[in-house]
Design a protein around this ligand. Structure first.
Ligand SMILES: [Zn+2]
Length: 146
């Protein structure tokens, strides 16, 4: 069984992955088609770019998306990375974790005024609802996603 959040209304649906191969699963509340592949995609942070940011982050509905703005040369970012991996693995469809490399994707970093990294922005339904600046302990980051 997998828990899949409805892309339309955010309702969490229990889906039998075996049966899903036979028949397109739909949301029990609104009837929208559920993306079964999204269940496993939630297990680790998703890499977003200038090209995919609008679709992956701004287009997400119902669940908060935490975007980690990072770069290879940033020491504290490397400390945060395993914490975000754990949070992603524990998300169970309640939120998504995304990572954006600011050197490779300067347009999105500039758009959100990222002056120091790591900075983590929490988006909900396309809007910034929280901003976390600097490396934080796991519990502090998890609390922002509740
Ligand atoms: Zn729905």
């Amino acid at each position: 069984m997998a828990i899949i959040s409805c892309p339309n209304c955010g309702t969490k649906n229990r889906v039998d992955e075996g049966a899903a191969a036979e028949m397109q699963p739909v949301c029990g509340k609104c009837g929208a088609a559920l993306d079964v592949s999204a269940a496993s995609a939630n297990d680790k942070p998703v890499t977003v770019t200038d090209a995919t940011f609008a679709r992956e982050v701004l287009g997400a509905r119902g669940v908060p998306v935490l975007v980690d703005y990072w770069a290879e040369w940033c020491g504290p970012c490397r400390m945060v990375a395993p914490v975000l991996d754990e949070l992603a693995a524990e998300s169970n469809g309640r939120y998504r974790i995304a990572k954006l490399n600011i050197d490779e994707n300067p347009r999105t970093a500039a758009q959100y005024n990222i002056r120091s990294i790591p900075t983590m922005l929490v988006f909900k339904d396309g809007a910034v609802v929280d901003r976390i600046v600097g490396a934080q302990p796991k519990q502090a980051i998890a609390a922002r996603l509740r």
